[in-house]
Design a protein around this ligand. Structure first.
Ligand SMILES: Cc1cc2nc3c(=O)[nH]c(=O)nc-3n(C[C@H](O)[C@H](O)[C@H](O)COP(=O)(O)OP(=O)(O)OC[C@H]3O[C@@H](n4cnc5c(N)ncnc54)[C@H](O)[C@@H]3O)c2cc1C
Ligand code: SF4
Length: 316
């Protein structure tokens, strides 16, 4: 493994200055970053790792003026265990509780969860063996290779990899905002397919807080995940919904390069009673725009429509 310098940031300003200087990367829980550093998967690497967990007062869950506020370094375990989040922002507590294992949830943070890199096995192959499009190369090896867990909603910027986060669809369904040191971004617009990252964040931009408005009167939310193993497994497909009181927000993940807001499913269920037939129709609508490529990943369609249906029924 390469050697890296390590700095414990004492403030966001200090972290931002260090990031602006270049050849640096933030570390929170390290559960994603350390793997990418150890396995040497990228063509170029930072020289310094800046620890953001040492910034004081960045780890909190509080409700203020009708808004839930979660500090960037709040651990997934704390989100999963929060009584306030369980009762009012249920999909997020359920999503956080389904990430990986207790150990990862004890280390991993909410900011790291939405800023993590994707899991495409060509991309993650140690020693940078596949210099693919997301690393600046010219080939997507998954197009012709093993793509059984890849996107069923087409490629973006030439890449078929899916976004792996469990909390991202819950944040989008709950209409959350991501607050950085520079701006406020709707969670829905936070994700972008870059080389190699998955967010709109600039090189010196830092997630400071997540804000979620109190769900509208009568609305409830839920999250469901399908994975091969019950524990320590990334989603094959996951789904978060917020429904009721005339509202419907439905987001799938692990089906496309970015979290996929299922607007056709939302239109199919909005204003209607959530019953077996209507929820099933919303499930069908959710995959209306899915692609017939890759053939090996077609099984995800059945899972996606079933999760949409079950998540809707679970929310009422
Ligand atoms: C075995 C294993 C299983 C996993 N299973 C799942 C799973 O089932 N579901 C799932 O969703 N995830 C899973 N993960 C992925 C992920 O590591 C965790 O979900 C975790 O939330 C990442 O948070 P972290 O604080 O450890 O991030 P880190 O590894 O510290 O950072 C990840 C990325 O986020 C950036 N970052 C961190 N904080 C900030 C900030 N404040 N502002 C801007 N950028 C920031 C870092 O620079 C880095 O690029 C798994 C990981 C492992 C190792
Ligand atoms: S799917 Fe994306 S990450 Fe995977 S090989 Fe293709 S370009 Fe690279």
């Amino acid at each position: 493994m390469r050697a890296f310098n390590h700095t414990n940031a004492k403030s966001l300003a200090e972290a931002q200055t260090a990031l602006a200087g270049g050849k640096t990367v933030l570390i929170a829980g390290g559960t994603d970053l350390i793997g990418t550093l150890k396995d040497n998967i990228l063509p170029s690497y930072p020289e310094t790792v800046i620890n953001i967990k040492t910034v004081p007062n960045l780890d909190y869950i509080k409700e203020e003026g009708g808004t839930l506020k979660i500090g960037a370094t709040t651990r997934l375990a704390d989100i999963a265990g929060s009584a306030a989040i369980q009762s009012k922002y249920t999909a997020l507590a359920q999503a956080a509780s389904r990430v990986a294992t207790p150990h990862v949830r004890d280390m991993g943070t909410i900011a790291g969860n939405i800023a993590q890199l994707h899991r495409c096995w060509y991309f993650r192959k140690p020693e940078n063996r596949f210099d693919c499009i997301r690393k600046g190369g010219s080939t997507c090896f998954a197009m012709m290779g093993d793509n059984r867990y890849h996107s069923i909603f087409g490629a973006q910027n030439g890449c078929l990899a899916v976004h792996p986060s469990d909390t991202a669809p819950a944040l989008i369904a709950l209409n959350a905002k991501v607050i950085t040191n520079k701006r406020t971004v709707d969670a829905e617009n936070f994700f972008e397919v870059k080389k190699p990252g998955n967010t709109v964040l600039a090189a010196d931009e830092i997630i400071r807080e997540i804000q979620i408005p109190t769900p509208p009167a009568g609305a409830k939310s839920s999250f469901l995940k399908f994975a091969i193993r019950k524990s320590i497994d990334f989603p094959i497909v996951n789904c978060a919904v917020m429904v009721g009181g005339g509202n419907a927000r439905i987001c799938l993940n692990a089906v496309a390069p970015k979290p996929y807001r299922a607007t056709k499913a939302e239109a199919a269920i909005a204003g209607k009673p959530v019953n077996e037939a209507n929820a099933a129709a919303a499930g069908e609508a959710a995959i209306a725009d899915a692609s017939s490529f890759p053939e090996a990943a077609q099984f995800k369609k059945q899972i996606a429509k079933t999760l949409v249906k079950r998540a809707l029924l679970a929310a009422v």
